[in-house]
Design a protein around this ligand. Sequence first.
Ligand SMILES: C[S@@+](CC[C@H](N)C(=O)[O-])C[C@H]1O[C@@H](n2cnc3c(N)ncnc32)[C@H](O)[C@@H]1O
Length: 285
Amino acid sequence: METTTSEVGRAWENILAEPSGVTLQEVRGFMETPFFRFLVESTNMARMRCLEVGCGGGKFSAGLALAGHEAVALDYSETVITGVRGLREDTSLHCQGGSFLPLRGAAERLPFPDATFDLVFNEGVVEHWLRQKERLEILREMVRVTRPSGAVVVMVPNGKHPLCWFWHLTRYPGHLQAPPMHHYSARSLAREMREVGLEIQECEGLQPLMSLCQWPRYDRMKRLADRVGRIWPEDRWPLGLRLLLGVHLVVLQVNIAIFQLDVRHTVGASWRHEARPRSPRVVAG
Ligand SMILES: C[S@@+](CC[C@H](N)C(=O)[O-])C[C@H]1O[C@@H](n2cnc3c(N)ncnc32)[C@H](O)[C@@H]1O
């Protein structure tokens, strides 16, 4: 299949010189993290067809396959896909009804018909298109291949974290080993997602304590953060604080247009119970 050329894809290819070699054990560990839990708990469908757009090491998609979902892990980089194919051999041995398909392709033009997936998501991808028009095109493609009342989840680094300047000055590796990025806040991410036609969003800031113990004094800070977390668990922090300090910001959207249709035709129809049991914690204005 011919892959659409992508400038951002090529920039990543120059950085990702080797396949990541994520192991099944790492995937299992990752499934316990807030990143993975948010994705699965927020969507809460029994068996989802999932698409990860820009899968990197493939740990999200492999985790979804292990949890019994059908996962397609798409990436622009041949190197990345080579690495993820290695992972597939492992995960397929352990899947319980799930499946895992690594695929080369471009986010700009996803090689799927409209409304193919229940869940379309990515982490650390969308922010690398610096022009808003291009980011919206990427988001629109994600929406196009999501079925009505399916979910679109986008996770980006917290570009407005109060310590961003410090990480930049101290040359924190996570800031340097990636192409340039747009600095999102939870609000601006939600706004862009609303612009592509989806009106309900749940915003979350993940691992706010972790953000306070980033390099260079990680060990000491981590011990302190663990202690604070035991006394005051992160998930009990006010949402505003989680959004301010979260390492990553996540927005979940469900296609409201279809929800409205459902309500008109079936009295009391509740997409929330089908698609996600929790009520939205914030509707960003
Ligand atoms: C930060 S990494 C994603 C990491 C991933 N979430 C993980 O868990 O490992 C960004 C990924 O997006 C991919 N990417 C960049 N541009 C792309 C494009 N136009 N289409 C598809 N994938 C792209 C890169 O090759 C890279 O693997």
